[in-house]
Design a protein around this ligand. Structure first.
Ligand code: SF4
Length: 447
């Protein structure tokens, strides 16, 4: 089902980059964005969704997107799934991210049509009143319908364990709300901020640190007026040089809205880099189009961190989507949450990281799972994480090894956790090192 073959990747890249597959150039594509006042008055005047899109907005965007060429080409797995479960839909609809959004699985009967659910899963689905269930048809096509231990299924389908709150678990374990000077903006580190652009995601991960926000209307219903206040705060704080646009998933925004946000940030003189945190290229690679990549390219330096969990997520579509982004000069990194029974083995993560570096994605963070309420069944011990790091360092390419971090509870920030390579000093001041094989070495540190 999953394509891992390198030579096939090459032919995909060629077809994606061929002129025939490119979308029409947006009207303003040739204009330089920097130091230029763009006319976003129309957008500023419109009340656009930053939370759940409405039915009418999906339909109108869907019609517009249908006029564009296909983004990525569907894999054999996608086509088989389309034929089996959405036989009335055409290939071009499957490849349209608005169609995927419109047909996302949110109801029990829709999920039961595709997966053989256990009694526990069915009960948990009906009882769930926390993080809403949402899976794109594309991502559902990657799940083995009959395997209750399928790693991607565990990330998407609720189970009864979610309702058990264990010691130390919190709804906002990182105290983001307390470190938020303006609604939607988290200012934890001196020179950078987290910009929560939207509370909406294409697919909702059951272990989500921001499950208090994702998919919920109400308290976290961010809109363009909040953006104004967040941007104003950034403008006034000249020590901020780096903005991470996250959410929710910023790629759920229309290109125009995302561009509006990025261009406003880019116009702030002290902002050096803009980063985007997203899972869209993984759960909905159809969202990545040539016009998106071209738009982002106009605002460099723009970096992107993509949320990958498991090698089963690497498909021909995902490879094409990431190639488009990398070819637009966007440095790509990955972040992965360490999850019990999903990816907590050296072999699984090594396979994932090897795939990522082939796709020009640098494994960046391996996160210890945050103690979000109802997450105990997902969390491994820290010793397990250290064991995995020992199994990676020295046994694979250095840049295929991410940093293992714990996001310290109560807003302590990301803290690296390292196996014991540094063993202290001997009587002469030499540094004692333990290498990846457990052998000891001295480094003369007499300077
Ligand atoms: S993509 Fe990220 S923000 Fe969205 S549900 Fe998953 S973990 Fe949460």
């Amino acid at each position: 089902m999953i394509m891992n073959d390198n030579s096939s990747n090459h032919s995909i890249a060629q077809s994606v980059n061929s002129p025939q597959s490119e979308e029409p150039e947006p009207a303003d594509a040739a204009q330089p964005p920097h130091n230029e006042t763009q006319n976003f008055q129309q957008l500023e005047n419109s009340i656009f969704y930053l939370e759940a899109p409405t039915e009418s907005s999906i339909i109108s965007n869907f019609k517009r997107a249908q006029k564009l060429n296909e983004a990525v080409k569907p894999s054999v797995n996608s086509l088989n799934f389309l034929k089996k479960y959405y036989s009335k839909a055409a290939k071009k609809e499957w490849n349209n991210w608005q169609w995927q959004l419109k047909n996302s699985i949110t109801k029990l009967n829709e999920l039961k049509r595709i997966l053989n659910l256990t009694k526990d899963e069915e009960i948990a689905f009906e009882k769930n009143d926390k993080l809403p269930i949402r899976i794109t048809p594309y991502y559902a096509s990657l799940i083995d319908a009959k395997n209750i231990n399928d790693p991607l299924r565990k990330c998407m389908v609720p189970v009864a364990d979610e309702f058990i709150k264990s010691v130390g678990e919190e709804n906002d374990p990182l105290s983001e709300d307390k470190q938020s000077p303006v609604k939607g903006l988290v200012h934890r580190y001196p020179d950078r901020v987290l910009f929560l652009s939207t509370g909406f995601c294409f697919a909702n991960c059951r272990y989500c640190t921001r499950s208090r926000i994702v998919g919920h209307q109400g308290a976290y219903n961010l809109n363009s007026r909040h953006w104004d206040k967040m941007i104003e705060y950034i403008e006034q704080n000249k020590n901020i040089r780096d903005v991470l646009i996250s959410g929710g998933d910023p790629l759920t925004l229309q290109n125009e809205h995302l561009e509006y946000l990025i261009s406003r940030l880019r116009n702030i003189k002290h902002i050096e880099i803009i980063r985007i945190g997203t899972k869209a290229p993984v759960v909905l690679p159809q969202r990545v189009t040539q016009s998106l990549a071209k738009m982002l390219k106009r605002y460099h330096p723009v970096w992107m961190n993509i949320h990958f969990i498991h090698p089963n997520e690497i498909t021909p579509e995902v490879i094409q989507a990431c190639e488009m982004l990398a070819d637009a000069g966007i440095p790509l990194g990955s972040q992965t949450v360490l999850l019990k029974g999903v990816n907590d083995s050296v072999d699984t993560l090594k396979r994932l990281y090897h795939q990522l570096v082939k796709m020009r994605i640098r494994p960046y963070y391996l996160y210890q799972c945050d103690p979000i309420s109802g997450s105990k069944h997902f969390r491994t011990s820290v010793d397990k994480g250290l064991e995995i790091m020992k199994g990676l360092r020295g046994y694979t390419t250095g840049f295929a090894v991410p940093q293992y971090v714990i996001d310290a509870p109560n807003g302590g920030g990301k803290t690296p956790i390292l196996p014991d390579y540094y063993q202290g000093r001997d009587a002469d001041g030499n540094v004692i090192l333990k290498n990846f094989e457990g052998k000891f070495y001295k480094y003369p540190d007499s300077i």
